[in-house]
Design a protein around this ligand. Structure first.
Ligand SMILES: [Cu+2]
Length: 756
């Protein structure tokens, strides 16, 4: 389905497209309010069971407009208005670093199991009466696992809310390191100073503000994230898209299911949900249980190491967290429910000048810190988490309506593609740098767009990039590339750029080489990236895809403020050796179209054009009451992820523990060097397949596997899997939560015959 007319479209075509967009927005709005279900739209003939808008005219039940027939022939959305804003005219704000408080600051105090007695009045718009203050499902099976063992030591509290001005922006660095942005000056919520300020209900972010938020944590210091839902109780107050119920997923946190942002464990306006992020190394039950290996460690404030249990080769670094609300994830993440989470460790401590002298397991003495670009502990007095030269970048394509308010169209079931490129929610910004090494943590936070990022100098020549981490994981060795690989939705690529090779006054650019423009149908297409451009083509500015080409400008401003003591290590984190762990089972998941929905629960089952075939079964649409796979606690399995070959791509995310890629398209030789570390998102590529291996240990409960093209995920390419075992309350089929504002109900889950 097309979106975005070419720049040279006729005025009549644009008017028709605007009318079509208004009509489509009406239906989106009714859907997002729950006043009409997709099932009802099918009955009305507006929707086909394949999830597409029916090719029938004049059937819009919401708008009494003679022009409603254009609804049936969408001619594409008009281009986003830019209000004259030019590229590279505004600074890129660095992330807003969230305050870390003592647990004693939280009121009420966090508890392992929800206090069902603690009830609050429920807004009449949500049915009135009273409901639990905490929206987490109640009872022992939803209590925080190992809460006493990993009792939280740090509290972070945020409220999901409507757009407002940020008067408490903390970039975590001096203004000089933040392109001289005056953080004390209020930041209104707009995507560029020339673009309109967003209405309260156009954008819903953490604390209702931009820049996007950064939470910092370290191993050995469990964190409690109390997430308040401050969204409107009235479901219709959403400016046309976004759902006011949320469930927050810390993307690949290694923790219990009750803290995983399970898609059915959502909570309502007025409630909070306590997410317990223990921040532990995988294997902490079975590997290095005496905490004797200095490489399994966490930085202390004073520059030392705090040894922790678990496998040091499972150390993770760059995470993000975002909404996972069943069938509304795309809208909610797009609307602003996305933040980043830097995890620090002895290896990746965020202090480039610390060289420890510790005894290694083989008896030799040495240092643990990999000394990646970050900043100087000697200067800052901070033994970890220095951000001077460690920069989070959140890439996302957006679109705007004719008033410049954020626009979304759920009818692009192939994928939603925006036409304005943003970094840290700012349209095509610049960033001032010094002549030295920087680390950038690049997150693809789009709904459906893939990127392929490269670096060019002022004359458009490709510059080398040092690639150090894929998803949350430092690679075994750095990889030196002229361009990164395609980066699917939710993938994180950490890179190092050395600006000491350039002159003061030089300008360099991050460039997107990957086009979503489909020349055959003359439209931007969300099914997959269509074509990789050469650097010369990409920087020429001639691509019909407005998000291709230069999108972030680096301005080399000055010498390094202090000596660069960072290192590009030759060795980082080798893969855990699983060769001695038997493979207890193999499973095959095929991702494709034309799914069936045998589920009967109106609460947990959904449908759409997308689905997953498990172990030879038929293609099934998402039902979070259905258990599709139930690996046994403490085992290792091999999973085959297969694209059914319909000419689309899927970035598949498997929650819970890092996987190792064994094969691509049937061969280990096809696995590129940058995929030879651990991962949590696996791009299948059109007609491709990927084989991974994963362990199921330390924690239990219900987890998910889904496409991270969130339009595919929502419609309905998602399944539930669950860690089974004996004895422990968490290790058996868990009751499926069905939240209501007045309290969480439960339904019995059901298994696929092949699940166990
Ligand atoms: Cu997909």
């Amino acid at each position: 389905m097309s979106i975005f007319l070419p720049k040279n479209a006729s005025k009549a075509a644009i008017r028709a497209a605007q009318q079509a967009r208004r009509n489509r927005a009406e239906i989106v709005r009714e859907l997002s309010w729950g006043r009409v279900s997709r099932r009802e739209l099918i009955k009305m003939g507006l929707f086909t069971s394949a999830g597409m808008l029916a090719p029938i005219g004049g059937l819009n039940p919401f708008v009494a407009s003679a022009k409603a027939q254009v609804l049936a022939h969408p001619t594409g959305a008009p281009p986003s208005p830019l209000f004259g804003c030019q590229k590279f005219t505004t600074p890129m704000p660095r992330f807003d670093v969230m305050q870390r408080n003592p647990i004693s600051c939280l009121s009420p105090a966090p508890v392992a199991q929800v206090n069902e007695e603690d009830r609050i009045p429920v807004d009449p718009a949500l049915g009135g009466g009273t409901g639990p203050r905490e929206g987490r499902p109640p009872g022992p099976v939803w209590a925080h696992q190992k809460f006493a063992e990993f009792f939280p030591q740090v509290a972070v509290e945020m409220t999901q809310g409507g757009a407002t001005t940020n008067y408490v922006y903390n970039p975590g660095v001096s203004s000089l390191m933040n392109s001289r942005i005056d953080a004390s000056h209020g930041l209104p919520l707009c995507f560029h100073p020339e673009l309109p300020v967003q209405n309260k209900n156009s954008v819903w972010t953490f604390n209702g503000t931009i820049p996007p938020k950064l939470v910092v944590a370290r191993y050995g210091e469990p964190l409690l994230f109390r997430h308040h839902n401050g969204l409107p109780a009235d479901v219709t107050q959403n400016n046309g898209f976004g759902r006011h119920t949320i469930s927050t997923h810390e993307h690949n946190g290694h923790h219990g299911a009750e803290n995983d942002g399970f898609t059915g464990a959502f909570f309502f306006p007025g409630q909070f949900y306590d997410y317990h992020w223990p921040v532990v190394l995988a294997g902490h039950n079975t590997v290095n249980t005496l905490a004797a290996d200095p490489r399994a460690s966490s930085p202390t404030d004073g520059g030392g190491l705090n040894y922790v249990k678990g496998d040091w080769r499972e150390t993770m670094s760059t995470h993000w967290f975002h909404d996972h609300m069943f069938s509304f994830t795309a809208q909610n993440v797009y609307k602003g429910n996305a933040a980043m989470f830097n995890i620090y460790s002895g290896l990746d401590r965020g202090a480039e000048d610390i060289v420890e002298d510790v005894v290694m397991p083989d008896g030799t003495r040495g240092a643990v810190n990999l000394r990646l670009p970050s900043g100087s502990a000697a200067r800052s007095g901070k033994g970890w988490g220095n951000l001077d030269y460690d920069v989070n970048l959140m890439l996302a394509d957006k679109a705007f309506d004719e008033d410049g308010q954020l626009f979304f169209d759920i009818f692009n079931f192939d994928g939603f593609i925006g036409d304005v490129m943003t970094v840290n929610l700012t349209a095509n910004p610049y960033f001032e740098v010094e002549k030295r090494k920087y680390r950038f943590r690049i997150l693809n936070a789009s709904v459906s767009r893939f990127f392929k990022v490269a670096l060019c100098n002022a004359s458009g020549q490709t510059q080398l990039i040092t690639w150090i981490a894929n998803d949350g994981n430092l690679l075994p060795q750095p990889v030196f590339v002229g361009a990164l690989d395609e980066q699917g939705i939710a993938e994180r690529y950490d890179i190092i750029i050395d600006f000491s090779n350039y002159q003061i006054g030089d300008k360099l650019h991050l460039v997107n080489l990957l086009e979503h423009w489909d020349p055959e149908n003359q439209e931007l297409n969300g099914k997959k990236p269509i074509r990789t451009l050469t650097m010369a083509e990409a920087v020429s500015g001639t691509s019909p895809d407005p998000c291709v080409g230069r999108f972030l400008e680096f301005r080399v401003m000055r010498p390094a403020s202090y000596p660069d003591e960072s290192v590009i290590p030759t060795q980082m984190i080798p893969n855990p050796d699983l060769s001695q762990i038997p493979i207890s089972r193999e499973r095959t998941f095929v991702f494709g179209r034309d799914a069936q929905q045998p589920g009967t629960s109106i609460n947990t089952a959904f449908f759409g054009p997308w689905g997953i075939k498990t172990d030879g079964g038929s293609g099934l649409a998402a039902d979070y009451g259905r258990v599709s796979a139930a690996p046994v606690f403490g085992t290792r399995e091999v999973w085959h992820l297969v694209n059914d070959g319909g000419g689309w791509d899927h970035p598949i995310h498997i929650h819970f523990e890092e996987g190792q890629v064994l094969e691509r398209n049937g061969s280990a030789a096809n696995v590129p060097p940058w995929e030879r570390g651990r991962k949590d998102v696996y791009r299948l590529r059109p007609s491709g397949s990927i084989t991974i291996t994963m362990q199921f240990r330390d924690w239990g409960g219900m987890f998910m596997e889904h496409c991270h093209n969130t339009m595919h995920e929502d419609n309905a390419m998602l399944l539930r899997w669950e860690i089974q075992g004996g004895g422990d309350a968490f290790l058996r089929a868990l009751p499926t939560p069905v939240p209501t504002p007045q309290g969480v109900q439960f339904e019995d889950p059901y298994d696929l015959p092949t699940a166990r």
